[in-house]
Design a binder for this molecule. Sequence first.
Ligand code: NAD
Length: 328
Amino acid sequence: MKIALFSAKSYDREYFDKINKHHNITYFEAGLNKDTASLTQGFEGVCVFVNDNLDKETIEKIAANGIQVIALRCAGFNNVDMAAAHNRNIKVVRVPAYSPEAVAEHAAALILTLNRKTHKAYNRVRESNFSLEKLTGFNLHRKTVGVIGTGIIGRAFCHIMLGFGCRIIAYDMYESDELKSRGATYTSLDELFKQADIISLHCPLTPETKHIINEHTFGKMKDGVMLINTGRGALINTKDAIKALKDQKLGYLGIDVYEQETNIFFRDLSEEIMQDEVFARLMTFPNVLVTAHQAFFTGEALEQISTVTLQNLTDFENGRLLVNEVNA
Ligand code: NAD
């Protein structure tokens, strides 16, 4: 198939070129949105990532250009207007699970870095500053970790934190018997907010979960709570998080995703003036750690993403059952 792959980075080319045998892929550095949709002329499918914006207008335009399939090279599909795709008979496929451990391990890395301040220690020691002043952390052992969303990533994260000797309390509409058998308990969201020392978000972004963390829910949390988000940026109302940081309600914030990340992440802006005031304010807090949507970013995950995406496209081309289809 002739595929237009958007938001292409060097690592996308590397892994897709390594594994691709059947498809004719053109790589576009630009993201796919209503303004770049014209680039899809002459292609049969598009391959997109988390910050490509496939809203109704974009879908109308790519449908008019003959696009029949949208292959997401990620798990989340909140950036696709599914109703619009369905109406234009465009199939949407995704990579439901590429390396849940990659994301779960990154969440653990955010926790350890924020807690034990290894990022600060690294810089200090490089400058021959061997003082331990203000590097005090806390033991993870016996702390209560609240996990919102216990799908494949949430469960992998629970396994890691159980290994640290943490107590796991979880909230999900579907309870995992396997997690319960390992000692995790399910609780209400309110109880999770009340009891957790660390809260980690692993649910998808939906109308129900948008701003699930907000001024009101911060009010229910322990003082000095640590909040980790490797899910989607808009799970947290960032302005409310800034207020909670200023009030010292929120003791630590570790995020790999940010509400307005589309205009910031996945590019080098080191010589630009930061225009996003909210993000700029976040950067002033010593107890905030931001990574630029890299939780998935391991060699194993990239290999799996390209393998499954290419298989999804081959299945579509051959009229086979689309095991990874996203339904409206
Ligand atoms: P999954 O579908 O296996 O699990 C999601 C879980 O969330 C399910 O158990 C579901 O029941 C639960 N859930 C849904 N709505 C909920 C709600 N309102 N409250 C509590 N739980 C709810 O998905 P996954 O593979 O574990 O991925 C989780 C999310 O992680 C994805 O949706 C994606 O947004 C994000 N993600 C981020 C990265 C990254 O690099 N940062 C990479 C992959 C996925």
